[in-house]
Design a protein around this ligand. Structure first.
Ligand SMILES: *[C@@H]1O[C@H](CO)[C@@H](O)[C@H](O)[C@H]1NC(C)=O
Ligand SMILES: *[C@@H]1O[C@H](CO)[C@@H](O)[C@H](O)[C@H]1NC(C)=O
Ligand SMILES: *[C@@H]1O[C@H](CO)[C@@H](O)[C@H](O)[C@H]1NC(C)=O
Length: 333
C-alpha cells in the first residue's frame, strides 16, 4: 500500500557522491527470489549493505521506470521498472526510458494498486480504463520489436476488493479483445498482514489465475512485490518474516518477492509502523534486516552497518575545504 516515499529525495550529498565513491565489488547475479521494495533510502552505507557480495538480494524496484543508479549498481541488483498509473503509461518518455534500461532488466510491473486511492500510494483506476490502457500501452512492451519485456498484470491490494477489481479488469479485457484479453507473463501481489493471510491470499490468486492448470499449460507464477506485517512489534514482525521467507522460498507458485522495505525506522510511514524497517535510525541492521539478508549464515548481524559513510563524510569535508579555499582566493583577487 505505501509507496513512493522519498523517491525523488535529492540532497547535495547525493549529487556529490558519484564523484568519488567506488562501487562495491560486483557479485555474480544471484538467482534467488529475494528483492527489495525500494523507497528511496538515500544513505550510501545502507545501500552498500543491501548490494554487498554476501547479500541474498538479487533485484529491486522503486514504483517507477527510473533506477537509483547512483546508489544501487545494476551489476549487483536487477532493476525492475514499474508503470504506476495511466499518466505514466501514456507518456512517450516512459517507453524511451524503459527501453533504454540495461539488458539485465527483463520484467515490467504495471499499475500499482489500481483498486486503492492515490493518497495511500494506489493509482485509483477503474477496471475498464485500466484494461484499455493496458492493451494500448503495456501489452506492446511484450511484443516489442526492439525489445521484448515480460509483463505483469496490475498489482491490487491483498483483499476481496482487489480480487473483485481483477475479475472486472479481466472482463473488460475480453470485451475489448475477445481473443486475447489482457495477456500477462506473471502476477504481482501485495500483502500486508499475518503469515496465514499471506498464504490464503496467494492461494486465492493462484486459484483465480491458474485454477488447476498444470505448469506445462502455462501456469502463471506470482511475484509478491510488497510484503510486511504493519503496526506490529519487533518480535511479531520477525516471526512473520521468518515464516514467510521459508514459505516463499519453497513455494513453486512464487517466482520472486520483496519486503517493504529497505529503509530506516525514521523513514517508515505511520501506516506500516517502524518495525518493518531493515535499518535502525543510525543505519545499523535491525533484527529484521539481518534476517532478511540471511543472518549470520551470510555474515549479517543486528546493528551491523554498511561501508561508505565515513568516506562520504570525508569527501564532503574535502569539498567544503576546497570551496572555502576557492572563495578565499577569489575574494582576495
Ligand atoms: C545466492 O545467494 C545465496 C545466499 O548468499 C546463496 O545461498 C546462493 O547459493 C546464491 N545463488 C547463486 C546462484 O549464486
Ligand atoms: C477472463 O475472462 C475470460 C473470458 O470470459 C475467461 O475465459 C477467463 O477464465 C477469465 N480469466 C480469469 C483469470 O478469470
Ligand atoms: C526462524 O524459524 C526457525 C524454525 O522455526 C527457527 O529455528 C529460527 O530460529 C527462526 N529465526 C528467527 C530469526 O526467528
Amino acid at each position: 500500500m505505501p509507496s513512493r516515499r522519498n523517491q525523488h529525495l535529492l540532497s547535495p550529498i547525493k549529487l556529490l557522491l558519484p564523484l568519488l565513491l567506488l562501487h562495491p565489488s560486483a557479485h555474480a547475479q544471484n538467482t534467488t527470489k529475494r528483492g527489495i521494495a525500494y523507497a528511496g533510502n538515500p544513505h550510501r552505507p545502507d545501500n552498500n549493505l543491501l548490494q554487498s557480495p554476501s547479500s541474498p538480494l538479487s533485484w529491486y524496484y522503486n514504483w517507477s521506470p527510473y533506477p537509483n543508479t547512483n546508489l544501487l549498481s545494476p551489476s549487483s541488483l536487477e532493476f525492475v521498472p514499474l508503470i504506476h498509473g495511466l499518466d505514466g503509461a501514456q507518456d512517450p518518455q516512459t517507453r524511451r526510458q524503459i527501453n533504454s534500461l540495461p539488458e539485465s532488466s527483463k520484467h515490467l510491473l504495471s499499475f500499482n494498486e489500481p483498486d486503492g486511492t492515490t493518497d495511500s500510494g494506489g493509482s485509483s483506476i477503474e477496471p475498464e480504463d485500466a484494461a484499455r490502457a493496458y492493451i494500448e500501452h503495456i501489452v506492446p512492451y511484450r511484443s516489442g520489436r526492439a525489445r521484448k519485456w515480460l509483463i505483469s498484470h496490475p498489482s491490487t491490494t491483498g483483499s476481496p476488493r482487489g480480487l473483485d477489481w481483477l475479475r472486472r479488469f479481466n472482463e473488460s479485457c475480453y470485451e475489448i479483445d475477445a481473443e486475447h484479453g489482457c495477456p500477462t507473463d506473471f502476477i504481482a501481489a501485495h500483502w500486508y498482514g499475518a503469515f496465514d493471510g499471506l498464504v490464503s491470499w496467494l492461494r486465492a490468486l493462484e486459484e483465480f489465475y491458474n485454477g488447476d492448470r498444470e505448469v506445462e499449460e502455462g501456469r502463471l507464477r506470482i511475484w509478491v512485490t510488497e510484503l510486511a506485517l504493519p503496526q506490529a512489534d519487533v518480535e511479531a514482525t520477525v516471526e512473520m518474516m521468518n515464516a514467510s521467507l521459508r514459505y516463499l522460498d519453497e513455494s513453486e507458485s512464487v517466482e520472486r518477492y520483496a519486503w517493504f522495505g529497505g529503509f530506516r525506522t525514521d523513514d517508515a510511514n505511520e501506516w506500516t509502523g517502524d518495525a518493518v524497517a531493515l535499518f535502525d535510525g543510525d543505519g545499523g541492521l535491525t533484527r529484521l534486516g539481518a534476517l532478511y539478508l540471511g543472518g549470520e549464515g551470510n555474515g549479517f548481524t543486528e546493528g551491523q552497518k554498511g561501508e561508505g559513510g565515513a568516506r562520504a563524510l570525508a569527501l564532503n569535508m574535502c569539498l567544503m575545504v576546497l570551496c572555502l579555499g576557492i572563495s578565499v582566493i577569489m575574494s582576495g583577487s
